[in-house]
Design a protein around this ligand. Structure first.
Ligand code: FE2
Length: 336
């Protein structure tokens, strides 16, 4: 969305969100709802460019890119309309690393200290040598998974399952299989097998590692889970970024984007298939097992799970959920 007036309509947990590039080339987002009678301003899932403000198709009320009501045809201000009170309902927008983050209740979030910086915590520092801002999406795969989004996050949080579920991945990264995935040093990065340095079928690539990585990062793999719905898997020459979009209690759309440096994308021989095909294999193994978990949890005998010590990172999601749901939630069985 490079130009002023560029827009994108997104479905965020059932709310239609209108993301806009403002005149000053900042980002703004609004509920996709006209303040007049509630008509949606643009079609869900659409994108394009506003040339003269945001015009509601119903009665042509028009808003500036900054969300202020500019014209309400044939209505005199004062009689029926006080324009300054009828700005579009705002949605919080912040960005980091080329990603845009939205908050549906920005006033409440600010009051509770739920800023993007607080949410990201030490992630930007840990990934400071990866040129995330510069990377571009070379390939995108969209998966429809019949499982709750939290099942996928818990799965991403542990490598206890890597041995049984991901034989090809464990051949590339034997450390994932050792000790059931315990004692993995994610901070320093996970080493590949001898001679391998990235997440491709061969473990190597003709693409160059990102400039600026340290010696570990040039040959190791890193991963970050940014709550609530962004997973970043970082190799030396590409990044797989997953966003999870809940569509219902048992349904999640997962958008997997493969990010590369523009210097590589611009080469005539550029072909990301080696990374994409390897990831697609691993992804499908994960989604299949997550769907099995979802079906199993429907059973009348399933009350709660048991978390082994090597799954302790999954505590993160339990803490996150409890914090967001508030005081009324009882402690989770098995949590230490
Ligand atoms: Fe997995």
């Amino acid at each position: 969305m490079p130009e002023a007036g560029d827009y994108l309509a997104l479905d965020v947990a059932g709310e239609s969100v209108l993301l806009v590039r403002t005149r000053e080339l900042g980002l703004a987002a609004y509920y996709n709802v006209c303040r007049h009678r509630g008509s949606q301003l643009v079609a869900e899932g659409s994108h394009g460019r506003f040339t003269s403000g945001i015009r509601c198709p119903y009665h042509s009320w028009t808003y500036t890119l900054e969300g202020a009501l500019r014209t309400a045809p044939f209505l005199d201000e004062g009689a029926a309309v006080t324009k300054s009170e009828l700005s579009l309902h705002p949605i919080g927008v912040e960005s980091w690393g080329g990603f845009i983050f939205l908050n549906l209740t920005p006033a409440e979030a600010a009051g509770r200290g739920y800023t993007l910086a607080a949410q990201l915590a030490a992630v930007p520092e840990r990934l400071c040598r990866y040129p995330l801002d510069e990377l571009r999406t070379a390939r995108r795969i969209v998966y429809q998974v019949q499982a709750n989004w939290k099942v996928m996050l818990e799965n991403y949080n542990e490598c206890y399952h890597c041995g049984p579920v991901h034989p090809e991945l464990c051949r590339l990264v034997p450390a994932f299989r050792q000790l059931g995935g315990a004692d993995l040093d994610w901070e320093r990065g996970i080493p590949h097998r001898e001679g391998a340095w990235t997440f491709t079928q061969s473990g190597t690539s003709t693409r160059s590692p990102f400039a600026g990585l340290n010696d570990d990062e040039r040959v190791r793999h890193k991963g970050e889970l940014i709550y609530p719905n962004l997973l970043l898997s970082l190799s030396a020459e590409h990044v797989a970024a997953f966003t999870l979009w809940p569509r219902g209690p048992e349904q999640t759309t997962i958008v997997c984007e493969f990010l590369f440096h523009p210097g590589e994308i611009g080469k005539p021989e550029f072909d990301p298939s080696d990374a994409v095909e390897f990831w697609d294999l691993v992804n499908r193994q994960d989604w299949t097992i997550c769907e099995s978990v979802q079906r199993g949890m429907r059973s009348r005998v399933f009350q709660s799970g048991y978390y082994a010590p090597m799954e302790s990172a999954s505590l993160d999601i339990r803490r996150y959920m409890r914090e967001k749901l508030g005081e009324g939630v009882q402690s989770v069985k098995g949590e230490r």
